[in-house]
Each structure stands twice: as structure tokens, then as C-alpha cells.
Design a protein around this ligand. Structure first.
Ligand code: 3HC
Length: 293
């Protein structure tokens, strides 16, 4: 199987690594709107695999085989893909435009399946105006590690496409869970408002950053605290999902925290910009309120 992953950011590169690690996949196109961005995504994969080699969890040969399957470039290179997985920014018009263009790129393979890694948007709306159906194939960060793939059918997604995606998820070593189309599906409908609430709790002064995170780690056995996880996901993505939940439902319980909006406006997006609730400069991870003291 040949797979094209469109978007070489955190999710796209993790998804490309996941596919390239699967025996049934012979080639992975990792694409972005400029080759240098696609190359940067491949570098992230090389770095993740190097860590595993250093830890003695992977041989250089196995890592080389994974990397060797990944071809980087602009979206137009993916002419012979059997599956396109779109993983670009969480904006309906950008995603639709990519699918529209990919219909003309994949000229060699009319059976190619179009999937979106959208974390919250309507699959039915994504497919509207296209000749091909769209299916939701939602991975979780870090994609090579997290076991779940949410599989989402839009109103016009054929059953056989949904079943094929579930089969592919199993081949990747994941557990597919089919969910109905709804804003945020299951995980993000529950997880992202929890992170938003943690931001609210912190901004009301109920506890400091380390306190909020420790409470949830030790009190609920979560591997990461909610503020740490918000930084890890990217606060721009957290805000985009809160906005989808709020706009689609009109329910005030999904109103984004003001501090979240301010941080996104100030480009304090978390790990990817080096600062969010924690400061990641110099390889450290220090709560920003602790630094201010
Ligand atoms: N590639 C391959 N392996 C990786 C990897 C990568 N990119 N990143 C981590 N790993 C491996 C490590 O090598 C390690 O493997 P090992 O157990 O064989 O040694 C294992 O994963 C654990 O990693 P670490 O030892 O570095 O670190 P931790 O034990 O602290 O775990 C974590 C890190 C897996 C991120 C853990 O903290 C965790 O599960 N956090 C919660 C993540 C989460 O909730 N994700 C969902 C976010 S929501 C989402 O993605 C939806 C989106 O739509 C917003």
C-alpha cells in the first residue's frame, strides 16, 4: 500500500512514521505546501527513531528501513497513492481545498481512499462538493505510540470505505473505534473542555500551574497534567477545537477560556513555540508562573 500524508507538522509526521513502520506499507509520501516543510517533518521522524536506537529499543537497520520508505515533497508528488491522509491545520476551507486538488493529483488510482485526521470538524461538510467520499481517521499524539484511531463516517461515506479504514488501523497495530459524526467526536469532546477548564481553574488562582498538573496526574492517574498536555497538543489546536465545539453547539459550556485566547494571540502555543504554560528553552521545562516569582 502507498500512503500520502498531507501536512508534515506534529500529527502529520507522527502519522507518516506510523504508516512507514507497517510492513504492508511500501511507500509514504510526506507532503506539505513546500518541500522544506516536508523535510522538516522527516527530520522529526529521524530524531524520534534515533532516540529509540540510543535506548536500545530499535536497530539502526530497522530505523533505516522506516526512513527509507518516506518520500518528501509537495502534494503533487503523490500520484499513485492508495490512501491519502490529510493532517493539515484545523480549518475547514484549507482541508477542503486540499481534497479538491488531490482529486486531480491521484490520476493513476481511482480507488484511492481520502481520509482526514480532523480532530473536530464535520466529515459530511468536508466531503461536500467533492466527487470522492471522505472518511475520518483520527490519530492521537504521539501517533506512533497512542493505540486509538477514531473512525468517523460522514453522511455520505460508504460502509466499505469505513470498514477498509478500520482494517488499515488494525494493520498499523491500532484499535479503531467507530464513532458518529459530532463536533470533537468522543475523545476531544471530553478531553479538550477538560484542558479548557484546567486553564480556567489556573487563571482564577485556584492553584498554580504545577499544582493543577500534579493534582490531575496524582488524583486521576493521568500520564500528563492538563496544562502540560495542552502545551503538548498545541494551544492553537486546543482553541480551534473549543471554537468548533462552541460554534457548532451554541452551548456556552464550551466557551474558550480568555487566557487560552490570549496565549494563542501571543504565540505562546506550547512545546512547538518553546513556551506555553511551561518554558521549554534550554531543554528545560519550567512552569512560567514559577519563573515569574
Ligand atoms: N515515536 C516512537 N516512539 C515514541 C515516540 C515517537 N514519536 N514518542 C514516544 N515514544 C515512545 C518512547 O520511545 C517510549 O517507548 P518505550 O516505552 O519503548 O521506551 C514510550 O513512547 C514512552 O515515551 P517516553 O518514555 O519518552 O515518555 P513517557 O513514558 O513519559 O510517555 C507519552 C510519553 C506517551 C506522551 C505519555 O506522557 C502520554 O501518554 N501522555 C498523554 C498523551 C495524550 O493524552 N495524547 C492525546 C492527546 S489528544 C490528541 O492527540 C487528539 C488531537 O486531535 C488533539
Amino acid at each position: 500500500m502507498i500512503v500520502a500524508v498531507i501536512g508534515a507538522g506534529t500529527m502529520g509526521s507522527g502519522i507518516a512514521q506510523t504508516f512507514a513502520s507497517c510492513d504492508q506499507v511500501t511507500k509514504v509520501y510526506l507532503c506539505d505546501f513546500a518541500t522544506e516543510y516536508a523535510e522538516a517533518g522527516k527530520h522529526k521522524i529521524v530524531a524520534a527513531l534515533s532516540k529509540r536506537i540510543k535506548k536500545g529499543k530499535m536497530t539502526e537497520q530497522a530505523a533505516g528501513a522506516i526512513i527509507g520508505k518516506i518520500v518528501t515533497g509537495e502534494n503533487e508528488i503523490a500520484v499513485d497513492a492508495d490512501l491519502v491522509v490529510e493532517a493539515v491545520t484545523e480549518k475547514m476551507e484549507i482541508k477542503k481545498d486540499i481534497f479538491r486538488k488531490m482529486q486531480n493529483v491521484i490520476v493513476k488510482n481511482p480507488d484511492c481512499i481520502f481520509a482526514s485526521n480532523t480532530s473536530s470538524l464535520s466529515i459530511t461538510e468536508l466531503a461536500s462538493g467533492l466527487q470522492k467520499p471522505i472518511v475520518g481517521m483520527h490519530f492521537f499524539n504521539p501517533a506512533p505510540v497512542m493505540k486509538l484511531v477514531e473512525v468517523i463516517a460522514g453522511l455520505n461515506t460508504p460502509d466499505e470505505v469505513v470498514e477498509k479504514i478500520k482494517e488499515i488501523a488494525v494493520a498499523l497495530g491500532k484499535t479503531p473505534v467507530q464513532v458518529k459524526e459530532a463536533p470533537g467526536f468522543v475523545v476531544n469532546r471530553i478531553l479538550i473542555p477538560m484542558i479548557n477548564e484546567a486553564i480556567q481553574v489556573y487563571s482564577e488562582g485556584v492553584s498554580d500551574i504545577a499544582g493543577v498538573d500534579s493534582a490531575m496526574k496524582l488524583g486521576c492517574n493521568h500520564p500528563m497534567g492538563p496544562l502540560e498536555l495542552g502545551d503538548y497538543i498545541g494551544l492553537d489546536i486546543v482553541l480551534a477545537i473549543m471554537n468548533v465545539l462552541y460554534e457548532e453547539t451554541g452551548d456556552s459550556k464550551y466557551r474558550p477560556a480568555l487566557l487560552l485566547k490570549k496565549m494563542v494571540r501571543g504565540h505562546h502555543l506550547g512545546v512547538k513555540t518553546g513556551i506555553g504554560f511551561y518554558d521549554y528553552s534550554d531543554g528545560n521545562k519550567v512552569p512560567v508562573d514559577a519563573k515569574a516569582e
